[in-house]
Design a protein around this ligand. Sequence first.
Ligand code: SAH
Length: 215
Amino acid sequence: MNHDYRLARERMVKNQLMPRGITDKGVLEAMSKIHRHLFVEEALYGEAYNDHPLPIGQKQTISQPYIVAVMTQSLALTGKEKTLEIGTGSGYQTAILAELSTMVYTVERINPLLDKSRELLGQLGYTNIRFKAFDGTLGWEEFAPYDAIMVTAGAPKIPQPLLDQLADGGRMVVPIGNKYSQELIKVTRIKNRYREENLGGCRFVDLIGVHGWKE
Ligand code: SAH
């Protein structure tokens, strides 16, 4: 069967995102538009729009659509942001961020995942994404500060370098907890004050690095 899964995308937006409080037009449009199935292996295309995460190899996962939407919406992107993403993985979340930011800097510690995502996102025509193979718990100092930061792996505490690299007025979203469950924490920086909000429970793979879990 050769189709572009348009109906599956429409259903995902209508049944999984809108009834659960996703109202940001940019997020809904980006998720209606981006071909999520291309970010998983072909055998899983038919499951790509289902309401759960999927394996992407290297013991990692592509996040559930709803979680992608909640995290993106929490950053309140206007299209003008310089955005940092930690944990490129499949590159799906990267594409959503690239639709809603001026520039996206994305960091991944597993080389083969980064290479694959770089290639796919290039094929899809994105020119506003920069990639780095690195420990993202250290951030990406060179281009800091960032208006928005998203961490897509779970950490024991918020990595200090990411707090330092957040711009005044910037927003960060990061899953914090133990290895089995976390809370989605949104941090807003005002000068040198950081306000934290809990957006609810979630479950992510480990953030591994100097300011994360040990390997
Ligand atoms: N947003 C991705 C999520 C992938 S899972 C998606 O939806 O496809 C989380 C990713 O974070 C994994 O690819 C994992 O390798 C990566 N990761 C874990 N610790 C990291 C670190 N310290 N720096 C960069 N990437 C990290």
